[in-house]
Design a protein around this ligand. Structure first.
Ligand SMILES: Nc1ncnc2c1ncn2[C@@H]1O[C@H](COP(=O)(O)OP(=O)(O)OP(=O)(O)O)[C@@H](O)[C@H]1O
Ligand SMILES: [Mg+2]
Length: 553
């Protein structure tokens, strides 16, 4: 286009001086420039379109990969704050880093432009190249100087950025709103947010100022070189070496060339920086966790003997404290065993060990005589139907919330209804305007929040949804009213007759239904036996039982 522009001007100048005007060639040139303009616009739009589409796909793909990778990670690693730093850095890749590909392609495009402009400029005036080099070197220095600095700053702030995210959530979300209002915490949280973000702001401001300062300085040098070139071209035009068209072409080319070269170097820094971020994403995907032992021992179809804890002791990762130690007991096939004990005694921890979320620090857990880690971990975990104390209230439909227990059966309405009726969740369903299609939680359109007990009934339905060999209920009825609790447990015992189960509860009326009861104190087994045996034993169990019973008299 620059070249055609030059030809047009030369032609205009020629026609001004001519006695007989012949404008044919001029119109052809204008038409050519018009076509080039249209073509270049189309190309640009095409590039933008592809950029946007690829960008969307890239962000979908990275998000999906991160979700999948996170589910592969073991629980102990998930609880590690370093893991969250890695996750956070990887997560940032799902947005904002989509430009890498388009930047690389733009770089290629620019090289073509630069080479063709260079050829044009050299053909006219080789001297200009020296000026060009002078004008571009400062930019290069600037880019090299600052390349990677903002990345290192951002990286060193990963933890703080997560804290900022958390504060933003704590200060502005429906989940925390009640207490934030009641205790008047918003000022406190806002101040903390402000304090922390201002520290980051101060550092990045300093960097930005340095960058801007040096940038302007080098730019002055660059601009001076450009004007030196301009003066040279004007001079040569005035003395008649260059035509007017040459003047516009050379001045335009030189300027474009300088811009392109500058862009080239800046983009080079951006690409290196993006690549650094991308490396974080790949590092996250490459994190190697000890994978579940594939294959190994086939799981017994029916549990013959049961589970056995042999001298099990456990410390949480990065902790020196024995949470449980010297644990010896048997969970017999078909037995309902209850765990009782004070808060922090280690009940939930034993469940997590049984489920292979963690490996015991010492000792061993066996299923039918075989150490549990010799089974394929995924298959092993499928054996269990578990409701955790802190089960998740998924803000999805009620149907999905129940089907979570066995998500492949989500289409099986009969099974879902069956599970709901076993857990008393059907009562909840009948009160909701959209029944099983009711959106739960308040976050989304037409969502309805449930009471604590209603949520719990749905969570119990999840356990029934799965045709599990072993059922584990960690305080599943703590929020149920007295009648519902009794009913839920009576049903549980009836419906799971012959199945192995562990029940954790602080209510002794529930606990006594179990075949045997294990009392934990300070991470050790204090006593184990039937309700009658423990009452006779006259230790902690009978003390606590009588304490609770006395409260009701
Ligand atoms: N993820 C964890 N990392 C480190 N320590 C933990 C973790 N989870 C629990 N603990 C510690 O282990 C101990 C036992 O916790 P656990 O959850 O097993 O108690 P619990 O008997 O289930 O109590 P509760 O009746 O309150 O549910 C507690 O002292 C707790 O601080
Ligand atoms: Mg617990």
């Amino acid at each position: 286009m620059l070249w055609v522009g030059k030809l047009i001007i030369d032609e205009v100048v020629l026609q001004i001086g001519a006695d007989v005007k012949d404008l044919d060639r001029l119109w052809v040139l204008v038409a050519a420039e018009f076509l080039l303009a249209v073509l270049s616009d189309l190309l640009n739009r095409g590039i933008n379109l592809i950029d946007a589409l690829l960008g969307d796909q890239y962000s979908i793909d990275t998000s999906v990969r991160i979700i999948k990778k996170t589910s592969e990670v073991n629980l102990d690693e998930l609880e590690d704050s370093e893991f969250y730093d890695k996750l956070e850095r990887a997560r940032q890749q799902t947005t904002g880093r989509v430009g890498l590909m388009s930047n690389i392609l733009t770089q290629a495009e620019d090289i073509i432009v630069i080479v063709s402009l260079l050829i044009g400029v050299v053909a006219f005036e080789p001297w200009l190249i020296i000026l060009l080099v002078v004008s571009i070197i400062p930019t290069m220095i600037n880019e090299v100087k600052f390349s990677g600095t903002s990345y290192s700053l951002a990286r060193s702030w990963t933890q703080e950025r997560r804290e900022l995210d958390y504060l933003r959530y704590a200060g502005a979300s429906d989940v925390t709103a009640k207490e934030v209002k009641l205790f008047g915490l918003s000022e406190y949280i806002a101040d903390r947010f402000k304090g922390l973000s201002q520290r980051y702001y101060a550092q990045s401001k300093q960097l930005a100022k340095q960058r801007a300062g040096w940038g302007s300085f080098f730019n002055v040098i660059g601009t001076s070189a450009y004007y030196a070139a301009y003066v040279l071209i004007i001079f040569r035009t005035v003395v008649g070496i260059f035509s007017l068209g040459d003047l516009t072409f050379l001045a335009g080319s030189f300027n474009r060339l300088r811009q392109k070269l500058q862009g080239f170097f800046t983009r080079f820094t951006i690409i290196t920086e993006t690549a650094l971020y991308l490396q974080d994403y790949f590092d996250f995907l490459d994190l190697s966790y000890h994978k579940p032992t594939a294959g190994g021992q086939p799981l017994p179809k029916v549990i013959k003997d049961g589970f056995e804890f042999i001298n099990v002791g456990f410390k949480y990762p990065k902790s020196e404290r024995w949470v449980v130690r010297n644990i010896n007991f048997k969970l017999k096939a078909g037995e309902k065993l209850a765990f009782v004990g004070e808060n922090g005694a280690g009940k939930t921890t034993l469940i997590k060990l049984l489920l292979q979320f963690y490996e015991p620090t010492e000792g061993e857990i066996r299923l039918d005589g075989v150490p549990i880690q010799q089974y394929d971990r995924t298959a092993y975990q499928k054996y269990f139907g578990v409701i955790f104390q802190d089960f998740v209230k998924f803000e999805l439909t009620l149907r999905e919330n129940i089907a979570m227990g066995e998500i492949t059966e989500i289409e099986d309405q009969e099974r879902i209804e069956g599970a709901a009726s076993k857990s008393l969740a059907d009562q909840v369903v009948s009160e909701l305007p959209f029944g099983y299609d009711q959106q739960l939680g308040k976050r989304f359109k037409q969502g309805k929040d449930l009471s604590g007990g209603q949520w719990q009934k749905i969570a119990i339905a999840r356990a029934y949804m799965k045709d599990a060999e072993v059922l584990i209920l960690d305080e599943p009825t703590s929020a149920l009213d007295a009648r519902a609790e009794t009913e839920a447990f009576d049903r549980f015992i009836k419906l799971t007759a012959g199945k192995t189960a562990v029940i954790i509860s602080h209510r002794f009326s529930t606990v006594r239904i179990a075949d045997r009861i294990m009392v934990l104190k300070d991470g050790a087994v204090l006593e184990i036996g039937t309700h009658e045996e423990l009452m006779e034993n006259n230790q902690l169990y009978s003390e606590l039982f009588n304490l609770q019973a006395a409260g009701y008299k």
